[in-house]
Design a protein around this ligand. Sequence first.
Ligand SMILES: CSC[C@H]1O[C@H](OP(=O)(O)O)[C@H](O)[C@@H]1O
Ligand SMILES: Nc1ncnc2[nH]cnc12
Length: 291
Amino acid sequence: MPEAVIGVIGGSGLYQMEGMSEVEEIQVETPFGAPSDVITVGKVEGVPMAFLPRHGRGHRLSPSEVPVRANIWALKSLGVQYVVSVSAVGSLREDYAPRDLVIPDQLFDRTKSRVNSFFEGGIVVHCPFADPFCPDLSTLLLQSAQELGDVTVHEGGTYVCMEGPLFSTKAESNTNRKLGFDLIGMTALPEAKLAREAELCYGMIACVTDYDCWHDTHDAVTVEMVVANLSANVANAQRILRAVAQKVAFGREDAACQCGTALASAIMTDPSRIPTDVKEKYSLLVEKYLS
Ligand SMILES: CSC[C@H]1O[C@H](OP(=O)(O)O)[C@H](O)[C@@H]1O
Ligand SMILES: Nc1ncnc2[nH]cnc12
């Protein structure tokens, strides 16, 4: 199997990575089934990258249907260390305007029916998650966006993840604003949690597509509005990805973040009590701690 240092999960409007060379399409199987689609592995600016469209090509999977465990496992199995999510988001504050980009730094979970962990069936793991986004990767994303010089990018913000697929009511949107949330979307969770369990650095380029439905002088969000604003943003997201790929090309051996050791003191179960078949199933994630 080809290897890649950086994995990109393309959200709404981003179904392929432009400018990739030496491209191979790989159908990866995982203990959690198949990912959203084939994974495209190739080189971007000479750096090996894996690209996966979160909703599948043609946007076939709703946010609740995305096979998140398979997606993260598949990227890990390709050697990925850095995962960048590109996501369409609604803005809950005036100064984060449609077509701006945001590198968020916090998440709030309002999902209702999603599996949040890889670990089950005889192995219990509690990972730290106070800072859900990798600070190092987020800094690289921010710097790369700023270096473009012609995009508006905001540093930080709390993304509240709703279940969807319907957009929020006005009561929900206004409440989310009062609670201090900055952005709303439907897909960052459990993706960020699973990336942490897989010891991957996870960061997001959030593309603001609308003001949800709270803003008196803007129409409530529609898919048409999202798509129109996204097409303007996706090209910029790809420019940032090209720059970031070059900055992470050599992997994270000297990284300051803790992402690569997130499981080091998180496995609660007495190793002697973990059944052999469970150890085997999870070897991609836990072998270095259990052998
Ligand atoms: C098409 S608007 C709603 C849709 O867009 C976002 O998806 P993604 O994060 O994959 O870009 C949002 O979370 C919803 O799934
Ligand atoms: N307003 C919104 N609510 C939830 N997800 C979104 N994705 C893009 N805009 C959104």
